[in-house]
Design a protein around this ligand. Structure first.
Ligand code: GDP
Ligand code: IMO
Ligand code: MG
Length: 424
């Protein structure tokens, strides 16, 4: 498919990095359309592990790799990641950076941490990478963009203007040390020198690639339920991970998108605070956490495991227009005699619904209606395609397809690039 979106169908960490890397083998351009270094996308190639926070996962494969205008960019993280790749013998030459993407500035990181601290028990559990404050400044039209790096005079002016306000907030509201103009300006001028050659008109680049019949992957970060508009607000990120945002985040028309691959674990995890109806009990959750190595890629925090939630997944299919699913980490469930699947929510008024509640209080109080299904208790290592799966594992995949009306075209059986089963 010429333009394919790869979108997280849960609360993030579904294995998008791995699926993007796999599909990138047959693609020409790979683009990140939103988010920043709050992401942590793992790619494992020939036993070597890469963890991308800021770069598109396609960079490992040497494909043209775009950071679109919908992204927020922390130049320090980006350059650190680029240096690391170069040291490992992977060229970062194919990177293209939208001039319209917004920069994460040091005060965004300080404000993210300070605001979380102030919220105390009510905190969102952000990654503290400055994401919310950077997007807030973008919306307030006082952000500093990548293209501002191209003119040292403009850059300095914008930093000075921003600091005049941010330092007051930091000192008066959060009792935080102020930032010093000279220090920040000279640091960002240094970043500018290193990044300027990567800045490009990425909207035009992608449009021209599509016109030329090239294959373009649009890589989402985070996941559907972390979407600012449609996720479990306020326990969400500050951008739109859903597939529709790929068009705005890159600068192409929605009619140019051909396919949407939803990535979902065979169970669910969530990191950070917020309601989670299908959350496993402590003991089973701890087992899944160990088997699936469910620790945050960016923060190292424990992820909270839950049973596969078909209500939430049905919502993700609807919001994203998912045309096929990649079901990752099916191997992790091989350890269990039987499994639970959340097929509906029971609402406070006693009714049951297959649909994701539109009102937060219904969602906060939703109880999972769990169905028990048999496990397979055998390794999936010998399977060469989805049809080779043990009968119970195949039935599990079919249950997902039937409940959602979407084909599961890929099944993950391990973390490596080659550990994916396809239909044929
Ligand atoms: P992303 O943020 O969606 O790219 O996902 P992460 O990289 O944060 O988390 C997914 C984790 O699961 C990573 O450690 C991957 O290496 C790992 N992973 C991905 N697919 C599979 C799979 O099918 N089986 C197993 N066991 N691990 C997987
Ligand atoms: P990938 O791309 C999982 C969560 C944080 C927090 C909330 C807001 O690897 O799937 P933020 O720092 O964005 O303001 O935090 O969103 N979160 C993620 N959870 N995977 C991610 O990215 C996430 N990015 C943000 O834990 O609950
Ligand atoms: Mg991740």
């Amino acid at each position: 498919m010429p333009a394919t979106v790869i979108v997280g169908a849960q609360w993030g960490d579904e294995g998008k990095g791995k699926i993007v890397d796999l599909l990138a083998q047959d693609a020409d351009v790979v683009c990140r359309y939103q988010g920043g270094p709050n992401a942590g996308h793992t790619v494992i190639v020939d036993g070597e592990t890469f963890k991308f926070r800021q770069l598109p996962s396609g960079i490992v494969s040497g494909k043209t790799s775009v950071l679109g205008s919908g992204c927020v960019v922390d130049p320090e993280v980006l350059l650190g990641e680029m240096d690391d790749l170069e040291q490992r013998g992977i060229s970062t030459e194919p990177l293209r950076l939208s001039g319209n993407a917004h920069l994460i500035m040091p005060w965004h990181i300080a404000l993210d941490g300070a605001s979380e601290k102030r919220l105390g028990k009510l905190q969102i559990g952000t990654t503290r990478r400055g994401i919310g404050p950077a997007y807030a400044d973008k919306a307030a039209r006082i952000g500093i963009r990548v293209q501002d790096l191209l003119d040292p005079k403009i850059l300095r002016q914008k930093i000075e203007t921003a600091l005049a306000e941010k330092n007051v907030w930091l000192q008066k509201v959060y009792e935080h040390e102020p930032f010093e103009l000279e220090e920040v300006a000279s640091r960002y001028e240094g970043y500018a020198q290193r990044l300027r050659s990567f800045v490009a008109d990425t909207s035009l680049l992608v449009a021209e690639a599509l016109d030329a019949g090239q294959r373009v992957l649009l890589e989402g970060a985070q996941g559907t339920l972390l979407d600012l508009d449609h996720g479990t607000y306020p326990f969400v990120t500050s951008s739109n991970p859903i597939a529709g945002a790929a068009a705005t985040g890159i600068g192409i028309g929605p009619t140019r998108i051909d396919a949407v691959v939803g990535v979902s674990k065979a169970y669910v995890t969530r990191v950070g605070a917020g309601p989670f109806p299908s959350e496993m009990d402590e003991q089973v959750g701890a087992e899944v956490r160990e088997l699936g190595q469910e620790y945050g890629t960016v923060t190292g925090r424990e992820r909270r495991p839950g049973w596969l939630d078909l209500v939430a997944l049905r919502y993700a299919v609807r919001l994203n227009g998912i045309t096929s699913l990649a079901l990752t980490k099916l191997d992790v469930l091989s350890a269990f005699d039987e499994l639970q699947v959340c097929v509906a929510y029971r609402l406070p008024d006693g009714s049951e619904t297959p649909n994701f509640p539109a009102h937060q209080s219904d969602f906060h109080h939703a109880a999972p209606v769990l169905e028990t299904v048999p496990g397979w208790h055998e390794s999936l290592d010998a399977c060469a395609s989805i049809s080779d799966l043990p009968a119970a594992a195949k039935a599990y995949v079919e249950l997902v397809e039937q409940a959602l009306g979407v084909p599961v075209d890929l099944v993950g059986t391990g973390a490596g690039r080659e550990q994916v089963l396809a239909k044929r």
